[in-house]
Ligand binder design. Sequence first.
Ligand code: SF4
Length: 269
Amino acid sequence: MPETKAAAPLEIYRILPRNNCGKCLLPSCLAFAAAVAAGQKKLCDCPDISPALLAKMAGICRKPVASEIEQAGFVDKLQRRVTALDLAAIAPVIGAVYRDNGLVVNSLGKDFIVDARGNLNSECHLIPWVQIPLLAYITNKTHGEITGSWISFREIKGGIDWQGLFTSRCETPLRKLADANPALLEDLIDLFMGQAIDWYQADIALILHPLPHIPILICYQAPEEDMESALTIFFDRCCGQNLHIKAIFTLCSGLVQMFTKIAERHLFS
Ligand code: SF4
């Protein structure tokens, strides 16, 4: 490994053994990844990375951006909180399953496994938009059951402060995406185990579960003659109890980015 041009923390983290053994004298692999990215550690300070991987990593080095370092530090903080939890006790409370010493948490029909150290594994590609909200969900101080009562984003505690960003990063881009891809929302039902509903007056309304006790309701009205389309995302009343507003925003903006990528790959008919 050429000594270190820094890479992005999550790029580094992905190639680490992720066993948080502490041999690098840091508490976790994520802390180590952040330290390498910040130029405070060298990749070869982890004795468990093979020479082949070190060489491979040299080819993808780039300067980290501040937000990536901050993100890695935040994940590290959440992972420490997970280590203090009784996973078996918390599983039924948050709608997860305790299996093989880990929590199995379903997101959009896919299982994510969180071990006692807060490491996340899945058959899916792990991406930050799910990692941070999922760890925040598990470690949230309060948990409530799904109520079946729907509220707008601004009605969630703290939502008014985030409403502008939520509209510009979540609802507006998703509306434009649905305008450009008329089959998008229906396809989401199949792709992500969504549920179509008919009791909301809209061209299409569907419920998705990005986390077990975080149901969201997407309602879309297609454009008509002089009328612009409309799209609103509602939340079960329990969401504010189960996740901080910032994490709800991160979750939704990440979802919209993922839907955009899927649409760009022309998966929708
Ligand atoms: S030595 Fe390597 S595997 Fe162990 S905690 Fe540090 S980075 Fe992770």
